[in-house]
Write a protein that binds this ligand. Sequence first.
Ligand code: GLU
Length: 486
Amino acid sequence: MRTRFPPSPTGFLHVGGLRTALYCYLVAKQTKGSFLLRIEDTDRERLVEGAIENIIRTLHWAGLDPDEGVMMEKGVVIQKGEHGPYIQSERLPLYQKYAKELLDAGRAYPCFCTPDRLDQMRKEQQEAKQAPMYDRKCLKMPKEESARRIAAGEKHVIRMEIPRSTTVTFTDDIRGNLSFEGKTIDDQVLLKSDGFPTYHLAHVVDDHLMDTDLVIRGEEWLSSLPKHLLLFEYLGWKAPRYAHVPLLLNPDRSKLSKRQGDVAAEDYKEKGYLPEALLNFLALLGWNPGTEEEIFTLKELIDRFSIERVQKAGAVFDHEKLDWLQGQWIRKLTPEEFVNRLKPFLEKHLAAALRDPELTTRATLIQDRLTLLSEGPDMLRFFYEEPGVTMELLANPKQKLTPELVKEILPQIRTTLEGIAEKDWNREILEERLRALMESKGYKLGQVLWPLRAALTGKPYSPGAFEVAEALGREKALTRIDNISL
Ligand code: GLU
């Protein structure tokens, strides 16, 4: 099957868009078909510089590279495939040609109404509690008059005429049988006065000429579907299959919004989510395998996904579930792979770690504890920078540690550590000796472990005392304790 993902380059790639792209990708790969990236840049006022590159990079990060259409090679945007161009602004003559065909066939008409008139009309409709809809003033205009006004260069748009008495029926791959009454459908603008098409005309033309088999898109387009189906019919083309995927919702069931958290796929990348975790999460936002399984690789998703198992109801974006999946995926990485994934974050915030031959061993200490890769640099910092250790940190009331007790215990910890030879410096022996100290003096375990760990790391949370001491090495551990002024 040929599927397509056609974002508008108006900013970042929304996580909902990434989910749609994922579903498109899965269907194409499952059927050994093609996944195509098209750029819908017909809304000239909303274009954002660099948005195309950003979309391509984000898809690439997620592992969803297109087979055809717009892509990047050596940092430059290119187009590949036999159905191009794949950027709508490069296809204007095509849309204009089909708009003319619709005009000639009496399926569309020029409209000269000014924005002011349309605003006024809508206002009146609102006041009369009617659905806003074009009142067809220009439909009634004699052909000679419209021809004369067009010839005189007057600004106009092209609208499609929706037969009021028609009923459009269709079977959506997710929503099943649908039916729309012609009298509720607006006479949609197809071609704007600047010669650019609207989404409605452009996607119909493109999905026909690009041989799209299945359109997977957001639920927000469902109400426009009858217009699209009529356009296919008027142009004498067979419509593709359509599947309208459910909206993403906040936990309070409002539409997923920026206000309540991140919506740009890029933000997840920057925070240090693994693409595997985000994709796994997005796959399950609206789709389920019909079993209790929750962890899926992209390859497993290709085998298992089916559009029929996508739900109609909105899907709640549950951050806790995402973090849980992220944890699962982090733990699955080999130590080497974990370090590879950490590298971009270390480059930015802890470059010293990259020169450390022990980095992989040290990183394994945090692999079980971290959720986001972006937490890595801070969690590893104590290996590379002397921690600032305060009495406030050392004397932890939860461990029944007063400053007096810290002053009593820390020197004994030091003496115990000093008694361990370099060759015996490992977590087992450290544990054995420190337990012996604890038992001989009647201290609680936490009263020994807390000050040691805090002294070595300067942090209230970190990997355990024995692991940290082992990883730092004998000399560094002793020096760190010496550097604390009690
Ligand atoms: N450009 C449209 C959007 O970004 C595409 C919708 C579609 O998939 O057809 O919403």
